[in-house]
Design a binder for this molecule. Structure first.
Ligand code: NI
Length: 172
């Protein structure tokens, strides 16, 4: 396993629509392992493959109880409710903004063994999944702000709304 460089907002790969993985070969397994290690090291709660410069449809997400999901060709199959809150992005270090997301989601995809899986997630983990799925389509959280005025430095949010800052600090 290895920690990979996290690409930031000025890198074009973040705006690319990522391609489907046709075969889960050793390079894809290594990519998943490296993404998990990179996410943990950052630390973050999620990472999409194009954030480490690989435009393939692969994401990793860390759940509420620190369980780690690695998904190949993930798709959103169900959404319900809504939540409005601050989120951050490992590709936008230091910045957070308010984004409206579905409150619960069902995501399907393949795990590292190629087995089809469906994952139900709520609240913050549901937010992380939606954030990562957007990355695969070249969409960043700054494209979805409830208001441009909510884009601020983490320190600014910490002063204004310490509770919000705690979750927003968990970047994806
Ligand atoms: Ni992100």
């Amino acid at each position: 396993m290895a920690i990979r460089r996290i690409y930031t907002f000025d890198d074009a790969v973040l705006r690319e629509k990522s391609k489907k993985v046709s075969r889960i070969d050793p390079s894809v397994l290594k990519l998943i392992d490296d993404m998990v290690e990179t996410m943990m090291d950052a630390p973050g709660v999620g990472l999409a493959a194009n954030q480490v410069g690989v435009p393939l449809r692969v994401i990793v997400v860390r759940g509420d109880e620190n369980q780690v999901y690695g998904l190949v060709n993930p798709e959103l199959v169900k959404v319900a409710g809504s939540q409005v809150g601050y989120e951050g992005c490992l590709s936008y270090p230091g910045w957070v903004g308010e984004v409206e997301r579905a409150d619960s989601v069902v995501v399907k995809g393949r795990n590292r063994h190629g087995k089809g899986v469906r994952i139900k997630a709520n609240g913050f983990t549901a937010r992380a999944f939606q954030h990562e799925l957007d990355h695969l389509d070249g969409v960043l959280f700054i494209d979805k702000l409830t208001d441009l005025k909510t884009l601020k430095r983490v320190e600014e949010l910490e002063e204004e709304e310490p509770e919000e800052a705690e979750t927003a600090a968990a970047r994806a």
